[in-house]
Design a protein. Structure first.
Length: 105
């Protein structure tokens, strides 16, 4: 295998990256991800902060959890959600930097 062939992505990886970008392209999901950055919150708190119905927040959390972008942990009667890791924030932060640079022009 030459260097150029080694740099090509396989179809599965391309599809997975595309799916990730589709998931994080939703404004509500971006807002939820940033709410959960470095803190645990329950659905009710997220819904209140975002002025949304709990059912709508629950749906978005399920999408984010399935994509392994958030995790949940039961504490007493409450289910707390938090970030899975920092990788997604690196991607989003790069997008924010790009937008801010474009807006300054």
């Amino acid at each position: 295998m030459n260097k150029q062939e080694a740099l090509l992505l396989d179809d599965k990886t391309i599809q997975q990256v595309s799916k990730l970008f589709k998931i994080i392209s939703d404004p509500t999901r971006i807002a939820i991800l940033y709410l959960l950055e470095n803190q645990e919150l329950n659905v009710g708190t997220i819904a209140k902060v975002m002025d949304m119905e709990q059912s709508a927040v629950s749906h978005q959390l399920k999408v984010l959890k399935t994509a392994r972008l958030v995790k949940s942990q039961r504490k007493g009667k409450s289910m707390l959600y938090s970030q899975m890791d920092n990788h997604v924030y690196s991607i989003l932060d790069q997008g924010i930097v790009h937008i801010k640079e474009e807006n300054e022009k």
